[in-house]
Design a protein around this ligand. Structure first.
Ligand code: ATP
Length: 289
């Protein structure tokens, strides 16, 4: 039988060095060598994963597996859109939104095991202007927190919760034009998938291969409304909150009087424009589930 080449792209920053060493050892032990010819590549800087994945496409590698969090998955996946190379994931981040959405096991050993009997499907890809995202992108509080989080030394869920809690009290609602209406929002999130990661379901009815973008606007909560809202986020009911407005479509436009700070799959990005268009390209990324 012809063996398939499979490249693993490891972000050594996500999850810590020990985690990655043990995953690489597990790959050596558990990956079916009758089926695969593996190659392990380590990223050396932000953006490097995209370059390695683009090289894999050029070399007609059938599967590239991202070992990292949603930032790494985004960097690898964006090079695979509209290609014949499929994206696999071994999650080591704190959110792991796309892996959770696709039902990929959180435990590395199980995730490697599922690569031995690969099943794939095509998913949609959304764009914030020209920036691709697979789970969510948005403006407002979440983008603000992603920005602060990215400048912190520590990573992980605990640090994210700390940032969210301390920033909540200071955060001023964002003025913007959404469709034909002027809003003052806490956040606007566009979902290709249903969650940010960590099973925080911000666009709970989103389906990753339905050709549609779900949108959740959160109006500014009072301190008393914040806790129930967080509970609804995690129990998948944010769309029934009094604070939320929900839309679904194939294109959304938002504008502002200042250039937007956005997040895409949890990564912050300061745009050079005050106009944001969210669009979707149907079933253009093959993923291993
Ligand atoms: N070798 C590297 N050195 C520095 N930064 C890197 C390197 N490789 C990748 N990165 C950057 O690390 C950032 C975080 O990656 P990722 O989101 O995968 O991990 P994480 O933050 O641990 O996960 P999560 O977002 O789920 O918490 C990304 O912005 C990516 O560009």
């Amino acid at each position: 039988m012809n063996k398939q080449a499979i490249w693993f792209i490891v972000n050594p920053i996500s999850g810590g060095k020990k985690v990655h060493q043990s995953i690489v050892e597990l790959i050596d032990i558990q990956l079916d060598k009758q089926l695969y010819l593996p190659k392990i590549c380590y990223t050396e800087y932000a953006g490097h994963a995209t370059e390695i994945a683009a090289d894999a496409v050029k070399n007609k590698i059938p599967i590239v597996v991202a070992i990292g969090g949603d930032g790494t998955v985004n960097e690898v996946g964006k090079a695979l859109i509209h290609t014949n190379t499929a994206l696999g994931i071994i999650p080591t981040g704190s959110g792991n939104g796309l892996a959770r959405e696709l039902g990929i096991p959180m435990k590395a050993a199980k995730a490697i095991e599922s690569l031995n009997t690969p099943v794939s499907k095509q998913i949609d890809v959304c764009y914030a202007n020209e920036v691709p995202f697979f789970c969510t992108a948005g403006i407002g509080f979440d983008a603000h927190c992603a920005d602060i989080f990215s400048k912190m030394k520590g990573r992980g869920l605990i640090n994210y919760v700390k940032v969210g809690f301390s920033e909540f009290w200071k955060y001023q609602p964002l003025k913007c034009v959404f469709g034909a209406n002027i809003y003052e929002v806490f956040s606007i999130t566009f979902g290709n998938a249903s969650q940010f990661g960590n099973n925080a379901y911000i666009t709970p009815t989103a389906i990753i291969d339905d050709g549609l973008i779900d949108c959740t606007i959160i109006n500014p909560p009072s301190a008393l409304q914040a806790l129930p809202m967080i509970a609804q986020l995690f129990n998948g009911n944010i769309h029934s909150s009094d604070l939320s407005e929900n839309y679904r479509g194939t294109k959304f436009k938002v504008s502002n009087d200042q250039n937007f700070l956005i997040h895409y799959d949890g990564e912050p990005l300061q745009l050079n424009t005050n106009e944001l268009t969210i669009s979707i390209s149907e079933k253009c990324l093959r993923v291993i589930i």
